[in-house]
Design a protein around this ligand. Structure first.
Ligand code: SAM
Length: 412
């Protein structure tokens, strides 16, 4: 009985309209992709519905497979399609064939929005944990994953694949291009660590720029510093901001609409090239270097950041995993050292990233590791910052206490 059941609900399909109404054409397409996926066609049945309110009727089709079935239902009046691909893994694991067939049919309909479900059916030893196991790889060598009960969104934006998943332990969880970004339950690890060490080591931050960070988590932490008068957030992808506003309130807690915040959609490189503003803090809250954020992990961009900092200001960024991505972390530290007098790498384990994660503060004037615990504690008190989940005066020092393998990477 054990098998995989994929469903997809497709919205605003940009395919030829005839594909929604011509049963023969649709049958041929499904037959072809079924055979190409290596599945076994046993029988099939197709039905075209009569016209409905002056609109051509939709098509319902079923391909009976030796491995189970493919079902297709088109809704031409809504440009919508619902799909089922269900395979049992009786004689072999047909999961990849099912994924390939689903992918091919979805691509034929070209939806601009889609909701996917990924159900594990039956299990050899009785009911297994429900939900979809979603893996991520770290630098293509280590794999880790989490089990999710629900896939709320799965869409291709103009810049990246955006998934919104949900599970009881993590809550709503955002993934971009297959990388975990942030989750309701553990977002404080990353967002508090990105914001508070530099913001608290700075004697009086008033203006800040966040590049990326469309989920609003870093902005929410930043605005806890009462002295912040103006925070500008620039994210490449407006859909991330829209999804955050609609689904991730528990992460941004309304920060995206705070009167002190200016939230813009655009490329961070373009923004920094145009702005004449100066910032006490610049936070790069970006996807990884091998994504559309790549140009923001370069000497040229760090040079631009340096000149966009107000006197005494600091740049903060995450660098990846010192263990799994030593070359990336070493290179980024070198680039920063070429631009700034003080480069302070730090790090912490981030549950959603499956490993210890490196970050860094770079500045010509500010050395966060020189700030005494008493100073950090006093500033948190003065600024009324008490409800943190991770960061405190002692953790501040601990963040910068690097293990030797990481220290060695960042020294030369
Ligand atoms: N690593 C952080 C995390 O895991 O919480 C980053 C999260 S934040 C969602 C990453 C954001 O960087 C995305 O919303 C993405 O659109 C944005 N981004 C990528 N490239 C960018 C660019 N060139 N300019 C501005 N934002 C960019």
């Amino acid at each position: 009985m054990q098998g995989l059941h994929l469903t997809a609900d497709l919205y605003h399909c940009a395919c030829e309209s005839v594909l929604m109404t011509d049963a023969d054409m649709l049958a041929q397409l499904c037959r072809r992709h079924t055979l190409e996926a290596g599945l076994t066609l046993v029988d099939e049945k197709w039905h075209t519905f009569p016209e409905f309110q002056g609109q051509p009727g939709g098509v319902t089709g079923m391909l009976l497979l030796a491995e189970s079935h493919l079902a297709v239902h088109t809704w031409p009046e809504r440009n919508g399609v619902t799909l089922d691909v269900y395979v049992c893994n009786f004689q072999e694991d047909n999961s990849r064939k099912a994924e390939a067939l689903m992918k091919a049919i979805v691509e034929a309909f070209r939806p601009s929005d889609m909701q996917r479900q990924h159900l594990t059916r039956g299990d050899v030893d009785g009911p297994a944990d429900a939900g979809e196991l979603v893996f991520e790889d770290v630098a293509g060598q280590a794999y880790f994953g989490f089990r999710f009960d629900r896939r709320i969104l799965d869409r291709q934006t103009a810049h990246q694949r955006l998934e919104l998943l949900e599970s009881a332990p993590l809550g709503r969880t955002l993934r971009l291009d297959g990388r975990y970004m942030t989750s309701e339950a553990e977002e404080f690890f990353y967002h508090e660590a990105l914001v508070h060490p530099a913001a608290t080591a700075h004697p009086a931050p008033r203006t800040a720029l966040i590049i990326g960070g469309g989920d609003g988590g870093a902005l929410e932490e930043l605005l806890k510093h009462r002295g912040i008068e103006r925070a500008t957030l620039v994210d490449l992808d407006g859909e991330v901001i829209d999804v955050a506003r609609r689904y991730l309130e528990k992460i941004h807690r309304g920060a995206l609409d705070d009167p002190r915040a200016t939230v813009l959609v655009g490329d961070g490189v373009d923004f920094l090239a145009r702005t004449s503003d100066r910032y006490d803090l610049i936070l790069l809250d970006l996807t990884d270097p091998d994504t559309p954020a790549g140009p923001l992990y370069t000497p040229e961009f760090f040079h631009r950041c340096k000149h966009a900092l107000a006197p005494g200001g600091a740049l903060v960024l995450h660098m990846g995993s010192p263990f799994h991505q030593p070359g990336q972390v070493r290179d980024l530290c070198r680039m920063l050292r070429a631009q700034f007098a003080h480069v302070r790498p730090y790090g912490l384990h981030i549950p959603l990233y499956g490993t210890y994660w490196g970050l860094a503060v770079a500045s010509d004037a500010l050395d966060p590791d020189a700030a005494a615990g008493e100073t950090i504690h006093a500033r948190l008190e003065e600024r009324g910052i008490r409800d943190l989940e991770y960061y405190n005066a002692r953790v501040h020092g601990a963040l910068f206490a690097l293990p030797n393998y990481y220290l060695r990477l960042t020294r030369d």
